[in-house]
Design a protein around this ligand. Structure first.
Ligand SMILES: *Cc1c(COP(=O)(O)O)cnc(C)c1O
Length: 380
């Protein structure tokens, strides 16, 4: 079967073949435990981990000692928020309604433990302002967590200004930068904690990192052999870590050109769909946005029917499946979209292997399928 064109890079990316090649020896001949101190197998694994740590640190402008390897951004977010919650006497947290579930669900958990969380509401463009954060700060605020770039809309928050306000007020600042690392120049300047994940930047699934600024009070969440300077126990996933390091290095090397190439393709896709399909609108700021994402709402379309008709492309829509039902995306709802428009929204996210031909084919397919879905709807 002809596989659909993959336009869902924000969900996950394929492993770059250069990343895979770098990883392979660490599964077989060089399989040592990085914590083994008594022989070559352990030494070489430990050295590979330190090279990867340097590669990750470099892409963030951090030092090696500030990088903690985890199983991914979900774990990094859990370690950051719960770790600070437990280590601090202050129990108020601030975050945003449009965060990933890997932040919102941790916040809900902290509320159960007696914490208080303020959820800032974005404007209809998906943006929050430094003033909102400033106004929400309290004497008992421990930490502010704001994602760098949104996974559904690509909207980029004013991280520098937000971090500066928190620094001035002596409040810790965390950012889930999973969608930003490798796509935008990201630096940890002014930031205390930052989460990232390899599988969003052409590395393998199940490996990520948390940047922890030196001196940040953080209670450990994974107890065991005291790996990662006691901050995250468990035998290190050496092939995964090596892959994350290589992926970070590659992303850094091509960041600018790749952002330009993808922005041109994304703009082509977006302009054509806006022109050719009446009643189409862009969800989220078009100014402060990742280069490779376009989230579009199609008026007068049944979202579920549209997604069923879009057989030639792999995309995701403005709905979240829970065990009970299909709910409209909490991100789009927070931006004041109606349930219908949220359901009838499609996220196109492009990446390293997206070609001009892919985009041309996607445009004609989406145009045809939105028209078909609308006609089917009228006939019914
Ligand atoms: C994908 C993603 C996560 C989860 O990352 P995992 O490594 O899959 O746990 C968290 N936050 C954002 C913004 C994401 O895009």
């Amino acid at each position: 079967m002809n596989r659909p064109i993959y336009l869902d890079y924000n969900a996950t990316t394929p492993v770059d073949s250069r990343v895979l090649e770098t990883m392979l020896p660490w599964f077989t001949e060089q399989f040592g435990n990085a914590a083994s101190r008594t022989h070559l197998y352990g030494w070489e694994a430990a050295e590979a981990v330190e090279i990867a740590r340097r590669q990750v640190a470099r892409i963030l402008g951090a030092t090696e000692k500030e990088i903690v390897f985890t199983s991914g951004a979900t774990e990094s977010n859990n370690l950051a928020l719960t770790g600070v919650f437990e280590a601090s006497s202050k129990k108020h947290f601030i975050t945003v309604q449009t965060e990933h579930k890997a932040i919102l669900d941790v916040c809900a958990y902290l509320e159960k433990l007696g914490g208080e969380v303020t959820y800032l509401a974005p404007d209809t463009d998906g943006l929050i302002t430094p003033q909102q954060v400033s106004d929400a700060l309290r004497p008992d605020t421990a930490l502010v967590s704001v994602m760098w770039a949104n996974n559904e809309t690509g909207v980029i928050q004013p991280i520098r200004e937000l971090a500066r306000i928190c620094n001035e007020r002596g409040v810790l600042f965390h950012s889930d930068a999973t969608q930003a690392v490798g796509k935008l120049p990201v630096s940890v300047e002014g930031i205390d904690l930052l989460s990232l994940s390899a599988h969003k930047l052409y590395g393998p699934k199940g490996i990520g990192a948390l940047y922890v600024r030196k001196g940040t009070p953080l209670n450990i969440q994974m107890h065991g052999g005291g790996h990662e300077r006691g901050r995250r126990s468990g035998t290190l996933n050496v092939p995964g870590i090596v892959g994350l390091g290589k992926a970070a290095e590659l992303a850094q090397q091509t960041l600018t050109q790749e952002a330009e190439r993808l922005a041109a393709l994304r703009d082509q896709l977006e302009t054509q769909l806006l022109q050719q399909i009446p009643g189409t609108r862009v969800n989220g700021s078009r100014i402060s946005r990742l280069p490779q994402v376009s989230n579009l709402a199609f008026e007068a379309v049944d979202g579920e029917a549209l997604l069923i008709n879009l057989t030639r492309i792999a995309v995701s829509n403005g709905s979240a499946c829970t065990s009970a039902s299909v709910l409209p995306s909490h991100v789009l709802k927070a931006m004041d979209l109606s349930d219908d428009l949220a359901h009838a929204s499609v996220r196109f996210s492009l990446g390293r292997y997206t070609t001009e031909e892919n985009i041309a084919e996607a445009i004609s397919h989406v145009v045809a399928m939105v028209a078909k879905t609308r006609t089917d709807f009228l006939v019914m």
